[in-house]
Design a protein around this ligand. Structure first.
Ligand code: CA
Length: 231
């Protein structure tokens, strides 16, 4: 058996981020090409065979959307992860609609990126990522629709992102610091109870009147969404 090394193309114009990603992924055992311009990125993606693309949105030459569109038009079905800014909620939807497979909100941890990369490479092309579920709770990312037991739940934009984070990391206790940086552009030492308030509101919408309760506080640690074992 010959182990094949996976090839990844990063298109990112911020040199620090690009270099950091390239180094990290190379050390993780991937063959990595880095491109700082959208047009060059598209040419490389069309001429070489990559297993995965990591695309920044704002790029010189061609932006991430245009690159992805051109790629899909050319029939290239490579999995794509977008790197998007926190305040561009609508962008994530746009990216998924255009055929991206996943996205990460900047700033993200390298461990997080690596986990997503490995998941995508394992699964290959994934469309099911756009629908997340836990028990009878269902979140459709593309339609921005959340239901529980078939009942529609209306969420604010922040609540949507928060619930999505909890669902994607189901079973994992998420520290408040991580939630603060992923959902709000905040440091964990910010003197604010905004996270507690948001989680309480989200829980009222998602869990009240339903069973089982999915969102739990883990005292001193953070929050977790999981489906409790039946007794
Ligand atoms: Ca950029």
């Amino acid at each position: 058996m010959i182990a094949t090394t996976m090839k990844i193309l990063i298109v990112e114009d911020e040199s620090k981020t690009g270099d950091y990603l390239k180094q990290g992924l190379s050390e993780a055992g991937f063959i990595v090409d880095l491109c700082r311009d959208g047009l060059d990125g598209l040419q490389l993606a069309l001429s070489e065979s990559y297993d995965l693309l990591i695309l920044d949105v704002m790029l010189p030459g061609l932006d991430g959307w245009q690159l992805l569109q051109a790629l899909r038009k050319a029939g290239k079905d490579i999995p794509v992860i977008f790197l998007t800014a926190r305040d561009q909620v609508g962008d994530r939807v746009k990216g998924l609609e255009l055929g991206a497979d996943d996205y990460l909100i900047k700033p993200f941890s390298f461990a997080e990126l690596l986990a997503r990369v490995r998941t995508l490479l394992r699964r290959g092309k994934t469309t099911e990522l756009s629908v997340l579920t836990a028990a009878d709770l269902e979140m459709n990312i593309l339609k921005r629709k959340v239901t529980r037991s078939g009942e529609r739940i209306d969420l604010t934009a922040k609540e949507f992102i928060l619930l999505e984070l909890l669902l994607r990391r189901q079973g994992e206790v998420l520290p408040r610091s991580l939630i603060a940086s992923q959902v709000w552009d905040m440091n964990f030492d910010s003197d604010t109870n905004v996270i507690e308030v948001a989680v309480r509101r989200l829980r009222a919408k998602v869990d009240e009147g339903f069973s089982p309760r999915l969102i739990r506080t883990v005292r001193g640690m953070g929050y977790v969404l999981d489906v409790p074992d039946a007794d």
